[in-house]
Design a protein around this ligand. Structure first.
Ligand code: HEC
Length: 152
């Protein structure tokens, strides 16, 4: 017990009260997981749009609804300041996000709007999917171009 107290006291001294570094591992995992949920479902829609998978109205609607659901997660909890790629090897988030957080959230909102439309219309037949994919894909690109580090 005495040893634990000593270790805690030493940790408190070393951290200087506030300066302890945070790794934001969970936030980075959670936001990348959110993105992968979106990507997986976009892949489902893309395969049907291209005829690589048979069109299925119910599955298409489910995929679009899943993207819409994921888009309702608030970015403020997933992207705490200091969790950028410069500070965390596991991340590709650009530091510019935090200087432009309102724009970052607006771009997330564009994805949300495209996903809401897709959820309403993906069940209308295979030919409906192309334009919906365009709206969804454009919203990914708009944000990634500005706020995600390109692979080197
Ligand atoms: C509002 C901004 C924004 C939108 C919209 C957005 N993304 Fe992302 N995405 C990011 C950021 C930032 C990262 C990097 C996160 C990290 O590594 O910490 C990322 C990472 C990812 C990743 C993780 C793997 C990688 O390449 O870094 C995938 C997959 C992904 N996005 C897919 C998508 C798809 C598909 C869409 C559109 C349907 C989309 N994203 C829309 C900002 C966005």
């Amino acid at each position: 017990m005495k040893k634990i107290v000593t270790v805690l006291a030493a940790a408190a001294i070393l951290s200087g009260g506030t300066a302890i570094a945070q790794d934001y591992k969970n936030q980075i995992k959670a936001r990348q997981g959110t993105m992968w949920v979106i990507a997986l479902n976009l892949g489902t829609l893309g395969a049907m749009a291209k005829g690589e998978a048979e069109y299925d109205a119910e599955a298409a609607t489910a995929a679009a609804e899943s993207i819409h659901g994921a888009s309702m997660i608030h970015l403020s909890t997933l992207f705490p300041e200091g969790s950028d790629a410069g500070m965390n090897d596991a991340s590709r988030a650009k530091e510019e996000i935090w200087a432009n957080f309102a724009d970052f959230e607006a771009k997330w909102g564009q994805l949300g709007a495209a996903a809401e439309k897709a959820a309403a219309e993906a069940g209308n037949g295979k030919d409906a999917l192309g334009p919906l994919m365009g709206g969804l894909g454009g919203s990914c690109k708009a944000c990634h171009d500005d706020y995600r580090v390109s692979p080197s």
